[in-house]
Design a protein around this ligand. Structure first.
Ligand SMILES: [Fe+2]
Length: 194
C-alpha cells in the first residue's frame, strides 16, 4: 500500500475506483478472451462486427511487508457469445492458500468454483450478497443478468495468481442461456487438468 496515504476512504463504485489514480486498471476484450468461450463460430462472428469489452477490473495489490489487504472491483458487461454468458478468465491461487471474498454490488450472476480434483460448485451472486471461497478453489464469475455485474473482491497480500491452468484446460462446466434461464452444462472442450 505504498502509494496510498493511510488511512483512506473512497466510494465503493466503479467511479470511486476509477477516480483513484493509484489503482491498477485493466480491461479484457473479446479478442483476448477467445480461449475462454466455447463457440468458436460465435466468437468469429462477433469479432467480425466489433471487439466488445467483456469485463474490466481495478485492483490494489498490497505491496508492503506488513499484514495488509489486497482488494479490487470487477465489472462484467451483460452479453453472450453464442449462448454462453460473458465471464471472467478465472484463476487458481497458485499455492492453494489465501481465501477470497466477493461482495456483489449490482447485477446478477454466478460464481463457478473448482478444486484441483475437477469438482465444480456454483453459487449465486446478487446485490448485497457476499461469497467466501477457501484458497484452494479456482473462481470464475459469470454475468447472467441484463445489466453489468459489479462486485468487490478482497484477498490476502502476496497471492500468486495461476491463470494458465484454466486457460489450458478450460472449466469443466459452462453457464449458458437456456429456455428458462441460466443452465450449467458440461464443457465439451474441457481437458483434464492433471
Ligand atoms: Fe482470486
Amino acid at each position: 500500500m505504498e502509494t496510498f496515504n493511510l488511512p483512506f476512504c473512497f466510494p465503493v463504485t466503479p467511479e470511486g475506483f476509477r477516480a483513484n489514480a493509484n489503482m491498477k486498471y485493466a480491461q479484457r476484450r473479446l479478442s483476448e478472451m477467445r480461449d475462454y468461450f466455447s463457440n468458436y463460430d460465435a466468437i468469429k462472428s462477433v469479432l467480425a462486427q466489433s471487439n466488445p469489452i467483456i469485463y474490466e477490473y481495478w485492483e490494489m495489490e498490497y505491496a508492503g511487508s506488513g499484514n495488509g489487504i489486497s482488494f479490487g472491483m470487477t465489472r462484467i458487461q451483460p452479453g453472450q457469445i453464442g449462448n454462453e454468458y460473458f465471464l471472467t478468465k478465472g484463476h487458481f491461487h497458485a499455492d492453494g492458500l489465501g481465501d477470497e471474498m466477493h461482495l456483489t454490488l449490482d447485477g446478477q450472476g454466478l460464481v463457478l468454483l473448482l478444486d484441483r480434483e475437477e469438482n465444480t460448485t456454483c453459487m449465486e451472486m446478487q446485490p448485497g450478497r457476499m461469497c467466501y471461497y477457501p484458497g484452494h478453489l479456482a473462481h470464475r464469475t459469470i454475468n447472467t443478468g441484463s445489466r453489468p455485474l459489479v462486485f468487490m473482491g478482497i484477498w490476502p497480500p502476496h497471492i500468486v495468481h495461476d491463470y494458465e491452468t484454466l486457460k489450458r484446460s478450460g472449466f469443466p462446466k459452462l453457464v449458458v442461456a437456456g429456455q428458462t434461464g441460466p443452465e450449467l452444462i458440461n464443457n465439451p472442450r474441457f481437458s483434464p487438468m492433471n
